[in-house]
Ligand binder design. Structure first.
Ligand code: CA
Length: 220
C-alpha cells in the first residue's frame, strides 16, 4: 500500500487527483489546509506528498519548511498555478523534490509520482534504521528495539524517539520537541511533551532519557 497525501484546497483539483490516484492503485488522503497537512505528516505514515502552494492559513512553502525541519525526508511534489521561476527555485531550495505547474495532465502527475517514489525507495534503503548504543529505531516498521526487545510505538512516541535518535546526547528543549513532533501551534505551556517522554521512558527505560533541568531532555 502506497499512501499519498494530497494537500489541495480546490475541490475540483483534489477530487480529480484523488480519484485518479485511487484508480492507479495508490491510497490517497486529501487535506485542504496547511496546518492539517503538517499535522498529518507528523504521523510519518505517508510515502509521498502532493503539496499545493496557495493554501488557507499557512501556505505550501511554510508546510514544506516545517516538515523538513522535523527531519522528514518524505518526497514532496509542489503543485502551483504560479509557474514562475522564483516559486520553482524557492520550492526546490526549501527541500521539495519536484514541482508541477497547474494545469497538469494526470499522466504527467502519475509519471512524477512514480519517479519520486522510486528515488525515495533507494533513499529508504540507505537510512531505514537510526541507532544509538543498543537502541535502534526502524523508520519503516516504526518499531523500536532495546537490546533484544522490540516494541511498537504510537505515532507521537515514534516522533519523539526519532528526534532523540537523530540528535543523541544533545539537549532538546520542550519547544523544539513540540514544534518538530506536534508541528503546529500547541500552547507552549502544554505538558504534552513531558507526558509523551514519560510514555517513551516506560517503553525504553527511564534512565535513557535524561531530564536537563530548565533546558529539556537528552538521550543518553
Ligand atoms: Ca490553492
Amino acid at each position: 500500500m502506497t499512501s499519498i497525501l494530497i494537500v489541495e484546497d480546490e475541490e475540483r483539483i483534489s477530487t480529480f487527483v484523488e480519484k485518479g490516484l485511487a484508480a492507479a492503485g495508490y491510497t490517497p488522503t486529501v487535506v485542504t489546509s496547511g496546518l492539517d497537512a503538517v499535522d498529518y505528516l507528523m504521523t510519518g505514515s505517508f510515502d509521498l506528498v502532493l503539496l499545493d502552494v496557495g493554501l488557507p492559513g499557512i501556505d505550501g512553502f511554510e508546510v514544506l519548511t516545517r516538515v523538513r525541519a522535523s527531519g522528514s525526508s518524505v518526497p514532496i511534489i509542489m503543485l502551483t498555478a504560479r509557474s514562475s521561476v522564483e516559486d520553482t527555485v524557492a520550492g526546490l531550495d526549501g527541500g521539495a523534490n519536484d514541482y508541477l505547474p497547474k494545469p497538469f495532465k494526470f499522466d504527467e502527475l502519475v509519471a512524477r509520482v512514480r519517479l519520486r517514489l522510486r528515488e525515495s525507495g533507494q533513499q529508504v534503503t540507505v537510512e531505514q534504521v537510526l541507532q544509538h548504543g543498543d537502541l535502534s529505531l526502524d523508520l519503516r516498521t516504526r518499531r523500536i528495539t532495546v537490546g533484544e526487545v522490540s516494541m511498537d510505538l504510537s505515532a507521537r512516541e515514534f516522533g519523539l524517539a526519532e528526534q532523540f535518535l537523530r540528535h543523541p546526547e544533545q539537549v532538546l528543549s520542550r519547544e523544539q520537541l513540540l514544534s518538530r513532533v506536534w508541528g503546529f501551534d500547541f500552547d507552549p505551556g502544554s505538558n504534552v511533551v513531558d507526558v509523551y517522554v514519560r510514555y517513551l521512558r516506560g517503553k525504553i527505560g527511564a534512565d535513557r532519557i535524561e531530564t536537563v533541568r530548565g533546558m529539556g531532555y537528552r538521550l543518553v
